[in-house]
Design a protein around this ligand. Structure first.
Ligand SMILES: CC(C)(COP(=O)(O)OP(=O)(O)OC[C@H]1O[C@@H](n2cnc3c(N)ncnc32)[C@H](O)[C@@H]1OP(=O)(O)O)[C@@H](O)C(=O)NCCC(=O)NCCS
Length: 147
């Protein structure tokens, strides 16, 4: 557990990677109703995604205020997913601290590539060192076929 000592006392929060601390009900509630990317995701799917990811939470006075997970082999590749800060805590540095904790985590230091998708938070991730892919033509994606 890391405490952000730069935060004023009233705004103190901690980052943790302890899966047991996660508030799965809150994470499911935000993702399924407030996110644009995981709208309608079932509780079961949220639980399975958490079980198979390296998860990060931010906590204030014991309550979870932010979440993010890294899908990773802990060796070469990581994909950042489902990152959010609850509305009451947005714009107070929580997102930056959370993503920085992901990027700087000792278990993720051998990764050669971190990827993520975002519809509208490009400048947030740019400030954390992310760029548009250097060689986009090398990247390929396969989307599920919808009937
Ligand atoms: C995007 C999000 C994770 C950022 O977390 P946050 O705690 O609000 O951001 P911070 O307070 O750490 O902000 C860090 C910097 O990013 C900027 N920023 C914050 N949210 C931003 C956004 N959506 N787009 C662009 N810049 C943003 C801030 O202005 C700040 O810049 P500054 O240091 O120059 O003042 C959070 O606002 C959020 O969960 N939003 C709703 C969900 C969402 O839209 N996610 C994006 C899809 S991946």
């Amino acid at each position: 557990v890391e405490t952000d000592e730069r935060q004023p006392p009233g705004n103190a929060f901690e980052i943790s990677t302890d899966r047991a601390c996660l508030d799965v009900a809150m994470i499911h509630s935000f993702l399924s109703t407030s996110s644009y990317w995981a709208r309608g995701r079932s509780r079961e799917d949220v639980e399975r995604s958490i079980a198979h990811s390296f998860c990060f939470g931010a906590f204030a006075s014991g309550a979870q205020i932010a979440f993010g997970r890294v899908v990773t082999d802990f060796t070469v590749f990581g994909y950042l997913a489902d990152i959010f800060v609850i509305p009451e805590w947005q714009g107070q540095g929580v997102g930056r601290r959370l993503v920085r904790a992901m990027i700087e985590h000792p278990r993720l230091q051998t990764l050669q590539l971190l990827m993520l998708r975002t519809r509208d938070a490009q400048s947030f991730y740019t400030s954390l060192g992310f760029i548009s892919p250097r060689n986009p033509l090398e990247l390929m994606a396969r989307y599920p076929e919808r009937t």
